[in-house]
Design a protein around this ligand. Structure first.
Ligand code: 13P
Length: 339
């Protein structure tokens, strides 16, 4: 393993106030989003949509890295593999390597992410295809008596095993423990559970000898549940999230890139912005983004599978990428949303 290469890649992923674009929806998830908009659920449509994203002019000015799905990294754009097309656009190619979150045995309501078996071989293959970083998502559900200690530990352990194998293969692991927004739980409970989850993750990362300077953490923001009657202000979310991260994330980690998790695109930008306005100058790590829905959704809704809508969709995609770059600088304003 070349440690310096990992460190350089991790730093590059959060440099220049850029962030990551997650475009690694599995086929079932991508198809579900297509179905809602009446887009055909075919390989051809998925290819056309991912081509639209990667060929957006100027995307590399605000996006540092893009996370691909297995199907996409094997596809080409006019004879050029997607990973190479990303590099030509100034974007570092990444790949989702987990096999999805499945029901956890003896843990009703909880999930465990699969995909460790055979991972070493798959990482080598993706590295050969041009990937420089990888992603693994663990899912943590807040509910009656959930999450359990054993659920948190098993998910943290899998994340750490994955991260160690990534670094062995020369890929920067994006470590994603996602506490879901679904439910009626309060902001305070989300803070408590996220803190517990992240503490477990860093215990396991240390046990598995993962070099913290060569990872990116991809957590949820600390939010009240979607059905919680008491919603929180942008500032309350920023304060709770940063408090949680300061308590749990070692200063050696170069960057924290949030998932959006079902927030609206505008709220995700506003909350990231508030964190950077209020805390940026005194934080040890960069606070960045690794959004899927909060970058893609407006573009997908404009595209709707119609070639004629590609320019409008690309414009919307670029707009969200730029809003989030502005949020990293603490310069995002609601005025940016009015054309
Ligand atoms: P969202 O930003 O849509 O939550 O997706 C991020 C992601 O990569 C989920 O694994």
């Amino acid at each position: 393993m070349n440690e310096q290469t990992l460190i350089d890649t991790a730093r590059a992923l959060v440099a220049d106030d850029k962030g990551l674009l997650a475009m690694d929806e599995s086929n079932p998830t991508c198809n579900k989003r297509f179905a809602r908009l009446g887009i055909p659920q075919t390989e051809e449509a998925r290819h056309a949509y991912r081509e639209l994203i990667v060929t957006t002019p100027g995307l590399g000015e605000s996006i540092s890295g893009a996370i691909l799905y297995d199907e996409t990294i094997r596809q080409q754009i006019g004879g050029t593999p997607f990973a190479k097309a990303l590099v030509e656009a100034g974007i570092i190619p990444g790949i989702k390597v987990d096999a999805g979150a499945k029901a956890m045995a003896a843990h009703a309501g909880e999930k465990i992410t699969e995909g460790l078996d055979g991972l070493r071989g798959r990482l080598a293959e993706y590295k050969n295809m041009g990937a420089r970083f990888a992603k693994w998502r663990a899912v943590i559900v807040i509910g009656d008596g959930l999450p359990s200690r054993s659920g948190l530990e098993a998910n943290a352990h899998a994340l750490a095993r994955y991260a160690a194998m990534c670094q062995e293969a020369g890929l920067v692991p994006v470590v994603e423990p996602e506490v879901l927004m679904d439910g009626e739980h309060t902001l305070d409970l989300c803070l408590k559970v996220t803190e517990d989850a992240l503490r477990n993750v860093f215990i396991q990362l240390n046990c598995q000898r993962v070099m913290l300077e060569g990872i990116i953490l991809k957590p949820n923001m600390v939010l009240p549940g979607l059905s919680c009657p008491q919603q929180a202000s942008v500032e309350e979310v920023a304060d709770a999230t940063v408090q949680c991260l300061l308590r749990t994330v070692p200063a050696a980690v170069p960057g924290i890139a949030f998932l959006s998790g079902g927030q609206t695109a505008e709220l995700a930008s506003a909350r990231l912005n508030a964190m950077n306005v209020r805390f940026k100058s005194r934080l040890p790590w960069a606070l960045a983004f690794s959004f899927a829905r909060a970058i893609q959704q407006p573009a997908l809704e404009l595209w709707r599978g119609d070639e004629a809508n590609v320019p409008a969709a690309q414009k919307a995609l670029l707009h969200r990428a730029r809003c989030n770059q502005a949020a990293r600088r603490g310069e995002y304003t609601a005025a940016m949303e009015t054309p």
